[in-house]
Design a protein around this ligand. Structure first.
Ligand SMILES: Cc1ncc(C[n+]2csc(CCO)c2C)c(N)n1
Length: 214
């Protein structure tokens, strides 16, 4: 079993709970209640800053130029003005400016921010890679439903297509391969550290979905 498969298998219960979450069923059906979608997107918007910082540390700590390029290109893509999904969704859901910029953070959101800060502070490429891989792979896993019909509301539909398009799938495949490659190259202690970061991330992904239903 590859390192990435092994890590997923070690976290099978939380992985399944996240990728098969009520939120996922409801977003494909187009039935996520507006207040739930609003809580979800306002919390998720607080995720991106730490995520980009973590990408920066992956660029800095990667063991080869090709990997830095890959991360740098991804970072450029997600920080460009092209993707206006959050702003359009906040407009559609009537989210006031204060809540867009400074919502009261929930425990999973602060947990994610701490996790990404800890991974970056470790200056350990495998640890950074483990957290980034979970954040992307879990999203591809829930969103990738070949043949599924898209819901009519763009707030739902685009959140699905952002996470199941070919470019995103290629990036997740690369991330997994990278984690497998690096996992083979590091010692047992570093693998254990990476596994702990992976596990913390999967636990938080599940909690993030759980927390938007009150
Ligand atoms: C809790 C949570 N976990 C993972 C993702 C997925 N994700 C995080 S940053 C990023 C790249 C830019 O879209 C992607 C796909 C999310 N949105 N929210």
């Amino acid at each position: 079993m590859s390192f990435s498969e092994e890590l997923r298998a070690q976290n099978a219960e939380n992985w399944r709970a996240a990728t098969g979450h009520r939120f996922v069923e409801e977003i494909f059906a187009g039935t996520v209640p507006p207040e739930v979608m609003r809580r979800y997107l306002t919390q998720d918007y607080q995720f991106i800053d730490g995520f980009v910082a973590l990408l920066g540390m992956a660029i800095a700590t990667a063991d080869r130029f090709d990997s830095r390029i890959r991360f740098a290109q991804f970072a450029a893509m997600i920080t460009s003005d092209e993707n206006t999904y959050f702003q359009r969704s906040f407009d559609a859901l009537g989210v006031p400016a204060a809540e867009r910029l400074h919502p009261v953070l929930t425990a999973p959101t602060t947990g994610f921010q701490a996790l990404m800060r800890d991974a970056a502070a470790s200056r350990d490429y495998a640890a950074c890679l483990a957290v980034l891989t979970v954040a992307e792979w879990i999203y591809l896993s829930w969103a990738d439903r070949p043949g599924a019909e898209l819901p009519p509301d763009f707030v739902h539909a685009e959140w699905i297509t952002l996470h199941n398009n070919d470019g995103f799938r290629a990036f997740v495949d690369w991330l997994r391969g990278e984690l497998d490659r690096v996992g083979d190259a590091i010692d047992a202690e570093s693998r254990t550290t990476a596994a702990a970061f992976f596990s913390r991330a999967v636990t938080l992904e599940r909690a993030f979905f759980d927390h938007i239903y009150v």
